[in-house]
Design a protein around this ligand. Sequence first.
Ligand SMILES: Nc1nc2c(c(=O)[nH]1)N[C@H]1C(S)=C(S)[C@@H](COP(=O)(O)OP(=O)(O)OC[C@H]3O[C@@H](n4cnc5c(=O)[nH]c(N)nc54)[C@H](O)[C@@H]3O)O[C@H]1N2
Ligand SMILES: Nc1nc2c(c(=O)[nH]1)N[C@H]1C(S)=C(S)[C@@H](COP(=O)(O)OP(=O)(O)OC[C@H]3O[C@@H](n4cnc5c(=O)[nH]c(N)nc54)[C@H](O)[C@@H]3O)O[C@H]1N2
Ligand code: SF4
Ligand SMILES: [Mo]
Length: 736
Amino acid sequence: MDEQKYKSISPDAWHKTLCPYCGVGCGLRVGVFDDKVVRVHGDNDHPSTQGMLCKKPLYLPDALKTDDRILYPQLRVNQDEEFTRVTWDETMAYMAEKVKQVVRDHGPDAVAFYGSGQFSTEDYYTINKLLKGFIGTNNFDANSRLCMASAVVGYVSALGSDGPPPSYSDIRSADCFFLIGTNTAECHPVVFNRIKMRKKGKRDAVIICVDPRETQTAKASDLHLPIRPGTDVALLNGMLHVIEREGLLDHDFIQNHTEGFVKALAVAKFWPPEKAAAVCGIGAELIEKAALAFGTAENALSFWSMGVNQSTVGVEKNHGIINLHLATGKIGREGSGPFSLTGQPNAMGGREAGGLAHILPGYRLIGNETHRQEVEDYWGIPQGQINPKPGLPAVEMFEAAARGDVKVLWIACTNPAVSMPNIDVVEAAFRKAELVIVQDAYHPTDTTQFAHILLPAAQWSEKAGIMTNSERRITLLPKMVSPPGEALPDWKIFARFAEQMGYGYAFDYETHNQVFDEFKGLTKGRVCDYSGVNRYRLIAEGPLQWPVPDLTHPGTKSLYTDHEFPTASGRANFFATPHKDFAEQPDEAYPYILNTGRLLDQWHTMTRTGKAPQLLKAYPEPFVEIHPTDAELIKINDGEMVKLVTRRGEAEAKAKITDRIRQGSVFMPFHWGRMSGELKAANNLTSDAVDPRSKEPELKACAVNLIPIPKQIESPEKILEGMQTTDSSKMPVAGD
Ligand SMILES: Nc1nc2c(c(=O)[nH]1)N[C@H]1C(S)=C(S)[C@@H](COP(=O)(O)OP(=O)(O)OC[C@H]3O[C@@H](n4cnc5c(=O)[nH]c(N)nc54)[C@H](O)[C@@H]3O)O[C@H]1N2
Ligand SMILES: Nc1nc2c(c(=O)[nH]1)N[C@H]1C(S)=C(S)[C@@H](COP(=O)(O)OP(=O)(O)OC[C@H]3O[C@@H](n4cnc5c(=O)[nH]c(N)nc54)[C@H](O)[C@@H]3O)O[C@H]1N2
Ligand code: SF4
Ligand SMILES: [Mo]
């Protein structure tokens, strides 16, 4: 960022908004000058974060109005041609004609849409209504499938509804923090700050971290359980075993407010800590200590994210965590509860708006007839019009397109050519599909390179909308500057397309606010009740936590405080959680376990954070963490290049030799895609095995082989080539 240039500018307006990056949802104060975002500060008034921030949003001014913005719609017939500029009207007509033809010839399920937790709630609502209610396909899925899907299934089955019960303010009164499968310090830094603040004020509060790597989070914890990847369920059973053995159960709570305890305990009984420890590859005393700290704490909060969810037993892991809270009655009360950390800024809003292939707005399920009818009535469409069969979840959607079953693939606000597991299949899908529409702010990206149609999206700061952060808090994001060229907000693009398809009567929205008000009606009486939220309140009172059932309601800090759960029986459900190893175990040919994840300074596929040199400084290129013993075995030194090979593909990265990773497993960040180098993408390697219930892929564990790459010795040809290209005019010429 040209910091000097921006520093000398006094913004001519300041706005309050939300950080466009992680699900912590920090409030920002943003300074604008001459229609440009020039300054970003924390918003002291935002109740979730009170002015705290991490580094990433500070570099937003650099990343917004850049030369690689898409300024107008562009079209090409073949993927190897140049794009031609077209008008919005021409584009919409072309798209509608193609979609109508595909629906006529192959049925509506030959159309599929892949969206994002970075959509606003209005974006989510509009496209879901169009696809599920009008075009007639449930093939809407989002990158949340790679992210929160296991938590969604875990919450709904155990507690009766999605949505984390506690709030950040509970951190102030928790005595035990159980951080499992989350590198909170690097991925939800402001939540981690609050945990550390609590620890400062109450020195005997215990922070437990369960992660195969010694992350920044683990380093700052009191107790680190460096389990073998994928063994969390054994660990959680072991913990429940100890809690029961030590008489730390809350019998009243179990008796009065839950079901299924006997079955869950029966499985846990098979997991004495010694047995669990053997599977997890850690000392049994660590499991004892963690269980005692959790069980004896007055209040305990669990936080988890991708180390739990991205697993073929992701739902079991979620159940195992919720079991611990139900068994000890540590839920629905101050300072306690199971709290999945949302990844993206509005992945929560997406879940509320029905933004996955199996859900409908207001936390409703496609598979539930009453839910479908309620939504059909609300949308004014005939009963039975919503297909009762869930649509294709992300991995299956790309597989179907690669087979040729999905003909039109529309991607918006996500970059699957980097972020999906097993990128070869994604590329095959893009090459096979008859029409690929990519709606992004930037071009080229790894995904826009495959587009037939590029749609220019207005992004954060250029469009107004609503987002919900990890603690159920709804913030209004105002439009602060104008979008470049002809870029439009995503919801507007969807509404325009709906009109072209002949459904204008149901999509005649002028403002995001009209979309929001319509969506709100579908939350009435549901757990995520928005009825009392409106634009004016959000401006006057600031962000609100749902449920907000009426206009005088102040919002809700904790769910289930009456210990009534929205299940059929009103009781929460325990689940028996048998342990199962991750799908692709290491073997002779692929002896190591590949773990993937994030870095503090980068956001996903780097389309914004990759533009700031300061954020690239720590890690300018991909690396792979390798344990010293493994490094010795394969004869690799720190800083040398290693080839990683799995059954799906290859990648290359610089070896980072460290004892912070378990022997036998390696870690590679997934931020880089093939555009920065064919072999830089971690997702060349990853497995697309999914959890059978959540359909979330196992991005955290697969079998990999490591091969040292010999240092490049320049070949004689290369040296000769170098000589020939030196400037011949400077060479002595005969006769001189
Ligand atoms: N800096 C930064 N912050 C981000 C993001 C970003 O891109 N950059 N993205 C946001 C998004 S969308 C998300 S979803 C979140 C993700 O936030 P996190 O889930 O915290 O991040 P990850 O690095 O994906 O994975 C977390 C940890 O899981 C561990 N892990 C792997 N396998 C296992 C296992 O089997 N068991 C256990 N217990 N742990 C395991 C990994 O070693 C890793 O340290 O971050 C959000 N915040
Ligand atoms: N190996 C491995 N893979 C992973 C993960 C992992 O842990 N390991 N984590 C997974 C998870 S949890 C997630 S959430 C995904 C994230 O993966 P992606 O969603 O693919 O990553 P982003 O870079 O956030 O992509 C957002 C895209 O939207 C564009 N964009 C930004 N704002 C707007 C807007 O307002 N409108 C539109 N239309 N476009 C916009 C950006 O330029 C960018 O191209 O990655 C997943 N992939
Ligand atoms: S913690 Fe998350 S929401 Fe807060 S400033 Fe950092 S990236 Fe943004
Ligand atoms: Mo995510």
